[in-house]
Design a protein around this ligand. Structure first.
Ligand code: RIB
Ligand code: CA
Length: 298
């Protein structure tokens, strides 16, 4: 089977750690071409170092390119320390990577990889979509070069930064609007589905584990840190590429609200056939992917 070339655009981030871990684990499925970073869970300089550290820790080889240091129309907020710890990784110590980020900014790395992959690239975006919007604005021909965007973001029901807006979309709705209206098909996995698949410590302990002890300990530490809300949104999202049928999708268009103040950043399904929005999932199948992922880190 031909491997899927992927680029992960991320703001690590507790659940982003597990997304990168899935992307790095299944090397027979994924050709991980690059990791690009954005601010969200923490500032871009922190999420960039975290991405470098995570890849080194997991012994996954991929270039890292740092992304935007502000959203399209405003500065970043404070780090989301409650959900990701002061360092973005639950306050846990991780060895400092000797590697450095690429000299290319994230949006140029996206474009370069898209050109190299000749229409096959899948961009997995699990943070605010600012880098993607910049890549599309700077290189309009990106649209024909990317096969699909797989996005953790939005919701068909409740939000998490406002009653209507989810963080990745709500932090930069203008960027998300550019992405959803670009002509690139998006598979959107929102809060309505990620909340169906909690990964708590009891579940983690029930998995059969034959992996590096430091990796198991770090994963358990992250999951323990998130005991109050054990939803690993970004890992669930990328897992839909490993087991393509565990999520049920609704084919539709997606409107991102940028005008109404109360609904600012809300994603609304509309009639059309441009995108797919996750509306259900079989969580046991996701857990199988997760357990399998752990055991790739021997
Ligand atoms: O709303 C959940 C999303 O926001 C996840 O990607 C999490 O990592 C944060 O970025
Ligand atoms: Ca994220």
């Amino acid at each position: 089977m031909k491997r899927i070339p992927i680029l992960i655009d991320t703001d690590p981030g507790v659940d982003d750690f597990f997304c990168i871990a899935v992307g790095g684990a299944f090397s027979e499925i994924f050709d991980l071409r690059a990791v690009t970073t954005i601010g969200g869970n923490n500032y871009t300089e922190v999420t960039t170092q975290n991405a470098l550290d995570i890849l080194s820790f997991l012994k996954v080889d991929a270039p890292v390119a740092a992304g935007a240091t502000r959203f399209l129309t405003r500065e970043f907020d404070e780090p989301a320390a409650k959900f990701h710890g002061s360092n973005g990784l639950g306050g846990l110590a991780i060895p400092h990577s000797p590697n450095k980020a690429s000299s290319l900014p994230a949006w140029e790395m996206m474009y370069k990889v898209a050109c190299e992959c000749e229409g096959e690239l899948v961009i997995v975006t699990v943070g605010p979509e600012t880098n993607l919007a910049l890549a599309i604005q700077k290189h309009p021909d990106m649209v024909g070069k990317v096969k699909k965007i797989l996005a953790m973001g939005g919701s068909t029901t409740f939000g998490n930064i406002t009653p209507y807006a989810e963080a990745n979309i709500g932090n930069d709705p203008f960027a998300a609007k550019i992405v959803f209206e670009s002509g690139i098909p998006v598979d959107m996995v929102g809060l309505n589905v990620t909340h169906m698949c909690p990964t708590d410590e009891a579940l983690f302990d029930s998995f059969k584990k034959d992996a590096r002890q430091d990796v198991i300990d770090f994963m358990r530490g992250l999951i323990r840190f998130r005991a109050f809300q054990p939803i690993l949104h970004d890992a669930i999202t990328i897992s839909s590429l490993v087991d393509p049928d565990f999520i049920q999708w609704n084919v539709c268009n997606v409107h991102v609200e940028t005008e109404d103040a109360e609904h600012f950043g809300q994603t609304v399904m509309q009639s059309g056939t441009m995108h797919r929005v996750a509306v259900g999932c079989e969580k046991e199948r996701y857990y199988k992917v997760f357990e399998n992922m752990i055991n790739r880190y021997r």
